[in-house]
Design a protein around this ligand. Structure first.
Ligand code: SAH
Ligand code: SF4
Ligand code: F3S
Length: 474
C-alpha cells in the first residue's frame, strides 16, 4: 500500500529543490506525496536557519507535529518525523534532545542516505509499538542523526527518476559557500563550495525539458562562483554553462540563475546577458548595504561603487535589465550615515523588487560577537524607510509595463475559470484568459491591469510555438 509523504519547506529555493529530490529518493520505498500533514505516514520539515524566526518556526511546527503523531498513534497508526535542512545541520543534537518524538535529523548533504535512515527509524518504531508513551519520552537521542559532510556527493547517489517539476523548474548546479560574510550561517550549514560536473547538469536540463520544463532556474548559494569540470578536463564558469544549456536544451526558452554574488560577476557572464537570448533580463544580485565601511565589516569583498559599475556594464549590454537585491539594516555598528549610503545606492540603481531584513545575530558567526549591536527600535525605523522606497520602486516598475505587450510563460490554471497564470520576463505573475492547451507556451500578453504583486492582461497573440510534451530529445 502506498505510504503518504508530507514535506514542508522553509527558506530558499535550494531547499525547495532539495525537498523535491528527497521525495524522489523516497519514491522507490513506496512513499507518494499527500496534501495532508495530519494523515501522513512520514513528515519531513525542511528547515532554514538564516534568521532567528526561521528556527523558532521549526520548533513551533514540531510542537504541532507531535500532536498529529500522538493522534495517529492513538488511532493505531504511526508517523515518522524527520527534520532536514539548515536548522537540522546547525542544531541537530539540540533538536533531538528537545523533541524526542523525532525519528530522523539529517543535514542538507546527506539526504541520499534517507532510505537507510527510514529503514532504521521504521525498525525502531515497530519495536516500540504498543509501548506506553513514557517509553517514548525516555528514548532521548535514540533517533537517527546524520549531519555529516560526507566525502561522496549526494548528487552522485540520487535516483535517475525525477518527478516532473512542471513548466518552470529548478536545477541545483552549485552548493555551499566559501565567502564567509560575517553575518551569515550558510557556509556553516551548507559547507564548502561544490560545483556539479557540466555533463550531469546538461543531462538533467535535457531531462527537465523532456518532462515539459520551458524555464530553468540554475541554483546555488553562490551560483556564479560555479566552476564545474567538463568532459575534456577543463573547468567551466557559469557563462559557458548557460551557453551550453541554451544550445543543448533548445526547448528551454528561459534561463535564470540565483543567488549570485557581485564579486563573481565576471566579464563572460556580463557578456552572456547581452548575447544569450534565453537568459532573462532580470537579475537578483544582493548588495546588502551601500556603505563601504559596513560592506567591509560584512566581509562582502566589494564596495558600493564596484556594485554600481557592474550594474552599469550589465545595462550596457542588456538595456532592459531589471534588478532585485537583498538588504540588511542594522548590521552591528551601522550609523545614520551608513544607512543613508544604502538609501543613496537604492536611489541610484533602482530595483524592480527586493528583500530586506533586520540584522539577526546568528550563533557562531563573527558579527554576532561585535559589541556595538544596533537597537531594535533603530532597526525598525530604518527598515520602514528602506521598504517604503523599495515599495515605491516596485510600483513604479510595474507601472512601466502597463499598456505594453510582454512575453508571458503560461504555467498553470488560475483561480478563475478560463484563466491562466504565467510569468513575465521580470518574474511578475500575470493573469490572462487563455485555453489550458497554452500551458507551457510563451504568449504575447498586453498588460491592462496592475495589482500589487500580480498583473492582468489580454492575449495579444497566441504562442509562437506550441508546447509538444512528447517531442523526443535527440
Ligand atoms: N548567497 C546569497 C544570500 C543567501 S541568504 C548572497 O550572497 O547574497 C539570503 C539573504 O538573507 C541574504 O542576502 C541576506 O540579505 C539575508 N541574511 C543572511 N544572514 C542574515 C542575518 N544574519 N540577518 C539578517 N539577514 C540575513
Ligand atoms: Fe552567506 Fe555571504 Fe555566502 Fe551569501 S555569499 S551565502 S551571504 S556567506
Ligand atoms: Fe535558509 Fe539554509 Fe537556504 S539557512 S536560506 S535554507 S541555505
Amino acid at each position: 500500500m502506498a505510504k503518504k509523504l508530507f514535506i514542508k519547506t522553509y527558506g530558499c529555493q535550494m531547499n525547495v529543490y532539495d525537498s523535491a529530490r528527497m521525495a524522489d529518493v523516497l519514491a522507490p520505498l513506496g512513499y507518494g506525496p499527500t496534501d495532508s500533514q495530519a494523515d501522513a505516514d512520514m513528515v519531513i520539515l525542511n528547515t532554514c536557519h538564516i534568521r532567528e524566526k526561521a528556527a523558532e518556526k521549526t520548533f513551533s511546527e514540531l510542537g504541532r507535529l507531535k500532536q498529529d503523531q500522538a493522534r495517529k498513534q492513538a488511532a493505531g497508526g504511526d508517523m515518522i518525523i524527520a527534520v532536514a535542512g539548515c536548522v537540522a545541520q546547525a542544531e541537530g543534537a539540540e533538536i533531538m534532545r528537545r523533541v524526542p518524538e523525532i525519528d530522523i535529523v539529517l543535514g542538507p548533504q546527506t539526504y541520499h542516505r534517507l532510505p537507510e535512515m527510514v529503514a532504521r527509524a521504521t525498525r525502531a518504531r515497530d519495536a516500540r509499538r504498543g509501548q506506553p508513551r513514557a517509553f517514548h519520552e525516555k528514548r532521548i537521542g535514540a533517533g537517527v542523526l546524520d549531519t555529516d559532510f560526507p566525502a561522496e556527493s549526494k548528487f552522485d547517489h540520487l535516483p535517475e527518476a525525477m518527478a516532473p517539476q512542471g513548466v518552470s523548474a529548478f536545477l541545483a548546479i552549485q552548493e555551499g559557500c566559501d565567502k564567509f560574510c560575517t553575518f551569515c550561517v550558510v557556509p556553516y550549514t551548507r559547507g564548502a563550495e561544490f560545483s556539479r560536473p557540466v555533463e550531469k547538469i546538461i543531462a538533467e536540463a535535457r531531462k527537465l525539458s523532456a518532462q515539459g520544463a520551458r524555464e530553468i532556474t540554475l541554483l546555488g548559494q553562490n551560483v556564479n562562483a560555479y566552476h564545474g569540470d567538463a568532459a575534456d578536463g577543463s573547468t567551466w564558469g557559469l557563462a559557458r554553462l548557460v551557453r551550453e544549456i541554451a544550445e543543448k536544451a533548445p526547448q528551454i526558452e528561459r534561463i535564470r540563475y540565483t543567488t549570485s554574488h557581485p564579486r563573481d560577476m565576471d566579464d563572460d557572464l556580463i557578456a552572456a546577458h547581452g548575447d544569450v537570448p534565453q537568459l532573462m533580463p532580470f537579475l537578483h544580485l544582493p548588495v546588502q548595504s551601500g556603505s563601504d565601511r559596513i560592506l567591509a565589516e560584512m566581509n562582502r569583498q566589494h564596495t558600493a561603487d564596484h556594485y554600481r559599475r557592474i550594474i552599469e556594464r550589465l545595462r550596457d549590454v542588456r538595456p532592459d535589465l531589471a534588478l532585485s537585491s537583498d538588504f540588511i539594516v542594522g548590521f552591528p555598528g551601522e550609523s545614520d550615515a551608513d544607512f543613508a549610503a544604502t538609501m543613496k545606492l537604492i536611489e541610484d540603481v533602482t530595483f524592480a523588487q527586493s528583500f530586506s531584513f533586520k540584522y539577526s545575530p546568528r550563533p557562531g558567526t563573527p558579527a554576532a560577537n561585535i559589541e556595538q549591536q544596533v537597537p531594535l527600535e533603530v532597526m525598525d525605523v530604518r527598515l520602514q524607510a528602506l521598504q517604503a522606497v523599495l515599495e515605491k520602486q516596485l510600483i513604479d516598475f510595474n507601472r512601466t509595463t502597463l499598456g505594453k505587450t510582454v512575453p508571458v510563460l503560461l504555467e498553470r490554471a488560475g483561480r478563475d475559470a478560463g484563466q491562466l497564470v504565467g510569468k513575465s520576463p521580470y518574474l511578475q505573475a500575470v493573469h490572462v484568459t487563455a485555453p489550458t492547451t497554452f500551458i507551457g507556451a510563451v504568449a504575447d500578453v498586453e498588460i491592462t491591469d496592475l495589482g500589487h504583486y500580480t498583473l492582468g492582461g489580454v492575449l495579444a497573440a497566441g504562442p509562437a510555438a506550441m508546447f509538444e510534451p512528447e517531442r523526443a530529445i535527440a
